[in-house]
Design a binder for this molecule. Structure first.
Ligand SMILES: Cc1ncc(C[n+]2csc(CCOP(=O)(O)OP(=O)(O)O)c2C)c(N)n1
Ligand SMILES: [Mg+2]
Length: 378
């Protein structure tokens, strides 16, 4: 734990210097034995592999968007540790509600890569039948909620689900991802208050990646930290280095254990950085300086965890090359398959909302199927 009095490691960006940010890995991936959760090596390797896989997929999908083959991608470059280590610290029986940068967590839960890529293309096998933008996935079977575009809505949903789990006596916690910007939404305050009063087993996983599109986090709030917002609601607040997979794992696991034991919710501020643009529709060079990006790259979450593993002779370049190449090949096969699939049938637009289709939708469906739209590409 670094307190404001302690000297900060040299490469640490200013944002990490103050307010007791919990860390295990130093900038060069050296673990502090006093805070190290001492996880089994196999688990650390699994988390590392998932982080690298997530980054490779991110890079390839951005290329695919630039080639005009998919319309949109919203990625997680630089935020892999806080996303994957949080997912790994929860049980498969716990629910996880995403913001929109957490496809890595969905894949961690076992969601097939092919189905994720089908969602990127909105084809016939897309679980949301092409009715949403790419990267708006859903994975109920994997206890993973739907991406909702309106900022913040998933927080109140997560509190409701956690409250239900508590009332029914289920041994479940609900983790919910959101960004620093989402703390300005009404849902954040409603969710935090309800969670505090009813002591729901909710983990508020706030990815403070320093930006909400073009608004820096310093302008998002007058408070010194996001974690301290928990105080007003009687909710535990913790600040953790979100570029440190081991620290994130430990903090999330401890908060989950407390929630399971009836100790209520925790707001976890995951200090990280959005290295890429907000999405493929954004060019961050218009509003931020490259020097800031470079400073955060020095404490890249993948680099730090790799250095930690290499130091223990548990990772090497050959393994890295194979992992990257296997992921690229697997993704290439999925993309080829997705591109070759048909779009959802046009009549499906009128299905899936009502259990029994009302007369006016039946009428509109019949009209659409017999009209020119049904014959054209849609
Ligand atoms: C209610 C609402 N207002 C505005 C938007 C537009 N919008 C989309 S993402 C975003 C920024 C969110 O930033 P943050 O919560 O920090 O998440 P990050 O993108 O950094 O992960 C905004 C303002 C929206 N989707 N919904
Ligand atoms: Mg943000």
């Amino acid at each position: 734990m670094h307190t404001p009095e302690e000297p900060a490691p040299t490469n640490m960006p200013d944002a990490l210097r103050a307010h007791g940010v919990f860390r295990v890995l130093g900038d060069e991936g050296r673990a502090d034995s006093a805070t190290d959760p001492k996880l089994p090596l196999q688990l650390v390797q699994d988390i590392y592999r998932a982080m690298v896989r997530t980054r490779v997929i991110d890079q390839q999908l951005e290329r695919l968007q630039r080639q005009g083959r998919i319309g949109f991608h919203i990625g997680s470059v630089g935020e892999e540790a806080c996303i994957l280590a949080s997912a790994a610290a929860l049980r498969p029986t716990d629910w996880l509600l995403p913001c929109y940068r957490e496809f890595g967590a969905l894949l961690w839960r076992g969601f097939p890569l092919q189905t994720y890529v089908d969602n990127m293309f909105g084809n016939i096998d897309d679980p949301v039948q092409g009715r949403q933008m790419p990267d708006h996935y859903t994975g109920r079977k994997y206890r993973f909620g739907s991406v909702s575009s309106p900022i913040g809505t998933q927080m109140t949903q997560a509190v409701g689900m956690a409250w239900a789990a508590k009332k029914k006596g289920r041994d479940e916690v609900v983790g919910v991802f959101f960004g620093d910007g989402a703390t300005s939404s009404a849902d954040f305050h409603t969710a935090m208050n309800f969670a505090g009063v009813f002591e729901t087993p909710t983990l508020f996983l706030c990815r403070n990646n320093r930006w909400a599109i073009s608004l820096p986090s310093e302008q998002q709030t007058a408070a010194a930290t996001f974690a301290e917002k928990g105080v007003a609601y009687g909710v535990h607040g913790v600040r953790v280095d979100g570029n440190d997979a081991l620290a994130t794992y430990r903090v999330v696991r401890e908060a989950a254990n407390r929630a399971r034991a009836g100790g209520g919710p925790t707001l976890i501020e995951l200090m990280t950085y959005r290295v890429g643009g907000h999405s493929t529709s954004d060019d961050p060079r218009a509003y931020r300086v490259q020097d800031e990006v470079e400073r955060w790259r020095r404490i890249d979450p993948i680099k730090r965890l790799r250095e930690h593993l290499v130091r223990q002779h548990a990772w090497d370049e050959a393994r890295e090359r194979k992992l990257v190449s296997d992921t690229e090949q697997e993704l290439k096969r999925c993309i080829e398959a997705s591109e070759g699939k048909k779009p959802p049938p046009i009549e499906s637009m009128f299905e899936g909302v009502f259990d029994r289709q009302p007369w006016h939708l039946r009428e509109q469906q019949a009209q659409c199927v017999s009209g020119p739209r049904a014959k054209a590409r849609h």
